[in-house]
Design a protein around this ligand. Sequence first.
Ligand SMILES: NC(=O)c1ccc[n+]([C@@H]2O[C@H](COP(=O)([O-])OP(=O)(O)OC[C@H]3O[C@@H](n4cnc5c(N)ncnc54)[C@H](O)[C@@H]3O)[C@@H](O)[C@H]2O)c1
Length: 361
Amino acid sequence: MFFSEIKVSYSNGEYPVRMYKDFHGLRLELEKISNVSRFIIISERSISQTYNKYIESELKGYSVPIDQIFIKGGEKNKHISRMKRVFNELIDLGADRKSVIIALGGGVVGDYSGFIAATYQRGIRFIQIPTTLLSCVDSSVGGKVAVNVDKGKNMVGAFHQPELVYIPMFALSTLPEREWSCGLAEMLKHSLLAGGEMWQDFKSHERKDIKVDSEILRKMILDSIRFKASVVAQDEKEGGIRQILNLGHTTAHAIESLTRYKKYSHGEAVAIGLITALILSNKIGFSIDKVETVTRIMEKYNLPINDNSKPSDIIKHMQHDKKKVGNDLKFVLLEDVGKPKFAVTVSSKEILSALKEQRKF
Ligand SMILES: NC(=O)c1ccc[n+]([C@@H]2O[C@H](COP(=O)([O-])OP(=O)(O)OC[C@H]3O[C@@H](n4cnc5c(N)ncnc54)[C@H](O)[C@@H]3O)[C@@H](O)[C@H]2O)c1
């Protein structure tokens, strides 16, 4: 039995995000998907080694063939150049248009496998089984799938919604502390955008309250997904309101690429980017006291609030951002917690001054 279900609506229909205790339930879920020739699990070898025994025992004797393809983890491997081998393996396995990909892993596996599913034979179905906190609350929901090219992150991609998101909560029990922090950074982003109870939860809970089998964690995850789903339902293809989900990401992507994806994980870069965005938000009314509150929350969750790269280098890397229109940089800013504004024009001078200000926190 699943704990909870959230429906994600989009232009062509809807799909469920179901939170389960573990993998008991997967068989029933796969059986609900009709007309399947084979399932292909795409995962990192280490993740598969941890979870294969549970998946194998759940799917033992299953009537449809189930194959596995392994990919290397890490942001640097979420790269277009790594995809040729996987496409060839799919052909060797006999994958056809009725085959269904299962992405088992964090956001890297999800984005990578989702992009494979979006493009193999012009698009086949896929399922997300997120195993990191970040992928549960963010990357597995909403159908944005993309990979990196040498000149920039997530520059080649598609909108391709999954058939199902299956969250096995117990997978989070093996997550290293750093990955918890990353997930909490994206959840904090959602809470800043949504305000209300989600924001109160972030202010009041301590890191020790957020445990795998706690009701607090389940609620925070579900609230975060519900918020993201509500935004996706209004604007699937990011023509408008969905842009708010990029809060903090202009700086985050610049810092990730500037530091060659080695120094920070995505969530950590988002944490730094959120502070830049909040300082910039001061010009539309966001109070500096609240920036301080957010930095204290980040400290609670072991997140960085600053990067020591030269501000002018960070700005140079921002120029590659997809959200750039002409010479202007467009940012998502907040008038207040729960009051986002997207596509706010920000000058390089303002960014420079915000990055300098950030050093004082
Ligand atoms: N598509 C979207 O809408 C969207 C949204 C946010 C982020 N993203 C993307 O997501 C990626 C980041 O995702 P992530 O933070 O999950 O990183 P990740 O996929 O790299 O996973 C982080 C680390 O955790 C390990 N791991 C995964 N599951 C584990 C488990 N259960 N136990 C122990 N270790 C485990 C992985 O091997 C990896 O080393 C970035 O590429 C980012 O661009 C996409």
